[in-house]
Ligand binder design. Structure first.
Ligand code: G6P
Length: 480
């Protein structure tokens, strides 16, 4: 039976996170991460349904009880958006999200495997894969229920690569888009996946009419995989597979300048700026803000800062590295270990260089959004050095908010390097010495040049705000 919605979005994490506070009352917060941030802003004034998964026991309980799985409207900012949360059972969810999405597809596309020992695709992994299929199927069923005849459905990211095809089989009438927020691996890395799975993933996305990526490089890698592993025909950016055509498009996601400004000038951010100013004194701030995420390369970033202090002693007592690494995916042991190694290295740097009231590193590993915005506002240097990153919005937010104007040290492996490269100090993320040299150059840059570059970076960063990014995709999807 057809539903009533003309526009639907599907993603693992929804716009709201629900939990039960210590006093037993419900706590509602915004979902975190790049996807939710971009999508929430894009959907703010849109009439549609956002289908997402329940992510914890409390959300499962609430969504099971809610009529039609619909959450009550959170606040007036959300326009006419309805949220339908799927109470996928805890085991299926954990195997799909932790086992396949975050430990397999994320690792393959970000080239994170330590290959002498990983990955291992065995019996246990196959069980996870079946859960991933079930999880994707649950989305296809819900989208089928919600979508009106001929509706537009935009499916998001690596959690839901099978959903476009599963939905297409149920509903040939729909216009379906898929958008990847991560990089895509070249065929020689992507083909580490079991052959049948590698093909199912590609064929899953090709169930869509339009497949979107954040930059040319990821789109090209996807096309190469379609040819090499699936035997599909590619003509320009049109893929033909089993008689169906999918258009591949590149849609760069930027930041919403005015909204970011407004949020970064609220009282909680001013308070955090006061704390940071007290800690830093008149020392210059080198900032970084990331999820504590393996691909963000925080450890090599700290190594580069240590090398700056070892090689250029003139910066002693004149700089402070403010690093916000907010917690992420702590169900995975690799992430817990990574957080510990970030903390260990920050302590080692302090042990080696701290003197008097100078603490060279100020590391925060708790979720402190206001603190991160305060760090952006005060930063003279911003370090963004991922091993590989779909886009990286931090590289865009920093220059928009920095008051002194910030020099951006940016990995060439971030999608954002395409747009920001000309005004950034671009580095190879594995080359610690080059990164250290770039941080030194950033600190040494004349203030006028730094401010001029920062302004140009901010202009490039805000050129395609989320609402335009989303509109572009819808336009591409509506093209016959
Ligand atoms: C990346 C992904 C997003 C995801 C975010 C946070 O940006 O591309 O899809 O929202 O990480 O990940 P999480 O696992 O916390 O939802």
């Amino acid at each position: 039976m057809d539903g009533t919605s003309k526009l639907l979005v599907a993603s693992n994490r929804g716009p709201l996170t629900l939990s039960r506070g210590e006093d037993g009352r419900e706590v509602v917060s915004r979902g975190g991460g790049g996807l939710v941030q971009g999508m929430s802003s894009a959907m703010a004034s849109v009439d549609g349904v956002w289908v997402c998964s329940a992510l914890n026991d409390y959300e499962r309980l609430v969504s099971r009880r809610a009529p039609g799985g619909r959450l009550p409207r959170a606040d007036a900012d959300d326009g006419d958006l309805d949220v339908r949360m799927l109470p996928i059972d805890a085991t299926t969810f954990a195997r799909a999200y932790n086992g396949i999405a975050n430990s397999t597809l994320w690792f393959v596309n970000h080239l994170l495997y330590d290959i002498p020992t990983k990955p291992v695709f065995d019996f246990g992994w196959r069980r996870q894969w079946r859960s991933y299929e079930d999880y994707n199927d649950a989305f296809a069923v819900a989208l089928d229920e919600e979508a009106a005849e001929g509706a537009t459905v935009v499916v998001q990211d690596y959690h839901l690569v099978l959903a476009p095809r599963l939905l297409r089989e149920r509903r040939p009438d729909l216009r379906i888009g898929h958008f990847m927020h991560t990089p895509w691996a070249p065929p020689e890395n992507y083909s580490m996946l079991p052959d049948d799975v590698a093909r199912d993933v590609l064929a899953g996305i090709l169930g869509a009419d339009h497949a979107g990526f954040l930059c040319d490089r990821w789109a090209e890698a996807f096309l190469e995989c379609c040819v090499t592993l699936l035997g599909a025909t590619v003509d320009g950016r049109t893929v033909t597979y089993r008689g169906r055509c999918t258009e591949v498009g590149v849609h760069r996601l930027g930041t919403d300048g005015p909204a970011l400004h407004e949020r970064a000038h609220r009282g909680d951010v001013e308070t955090q700026m006061g704390h940071l100013r007290e800690l830093a004194g008149d020392r210059r701030i080198i900032a970084r803000v990331d999820r504590t995420e393996l691909s963000k390369n925080i450890v090599r970033g700290l190594m580069a800062y240590r090398e700056v202090l070892r090689t250029y002693p003139e910066w002693h007592d004149r700089v402070m590295h403010v690093a916000y690494a907010y917690p992420s995916r702590h169900d995975l042991p690799e992430y817990r270990e990574y957080t510990a190694s970030v903390q260990r290295l920050a302590r080692e740097i302090d042990d080696e260089f701290a003197e008097g009231d100078w603490k060279p590193v100020h590391l925060t590993v708790t979720d402190d959004f206001a603190g991160s915005l305060a760090a952006f506002r005060l930063a003279e240097v911003l370090v963004v050095n991922p091993i590989r990153d779909g886009m990286n919005l931090v590289a865009k937010e920093g220059p928009v908010l920095s008051e002194p104007g910030c020099a951006l040290v940016l990995s060439r492996e971030a999608g954002a390097a395409d747009e920001l490269g000309p005004d950034a100090l671009v580095v190879n993320p594995y080359d610690v010495t080059q990164t250290a040299t770039a941080i030194h150059a950033a600190l040494s840059m004349p203030a006028g040049e730094r401010a001029a570059r920062s302004q140009r970076l901010a202009r490039a960063a805000t050129a395609l705000p989320p609402a335009m990014w989303f509109e572009e995709q819808l336009t591409a999807l509506r093209r016959p």
